[in-house]
Write a protein that binds this ligand. Structure first.
Ligand SMILES: [Zn+2]
Length: 93
């Protein structure tokens, strides 16, 4: 029930609950393909992760990303997501 609290989502990797705006959304776009959804409004099935490479790696390793997105991630897609993630970390406000 508490999951329904407005704006709160839990990270697919570490399960930590945070405000939606603190998390990074990854979506499978309707055209196919996986990408980071910085705006949080892209259409398609999405999964939330902390903006930390550790959580991304954990999610990839455990398969929770592909499970949540109902689609396997190719090595290229994983690599692309990882690159975008690193970009997020280094980008200062
Ligand atoms: Zn996390």
């Amino acid at each position: 029930m508490e999951d329904r609290k407005k704006g709160q989502r839990s990270c697919a990797a570490c399960r930590k609950k945070q405000d939606k705006s603190e998390l990074v959304r990854i979506v499978r776009s309707p055209e196919g393909g996986i990408r980071l959804d910085i705006s949080g409004r892209a259409p398609g099935r999405g999964v939330y992760l902390c903006p930390r490479e550790a959580c991304l790696n954990m999610a990839l390793k455990k398969g929770s990303l592909s499970r949540s997105l109902h689609s396997a991630l190719s090595a290229e897609e994983q690599e692309a997501i990882r690159k975008e993630f690193c970009g997020l970390e280094t980008r200062d406000t």
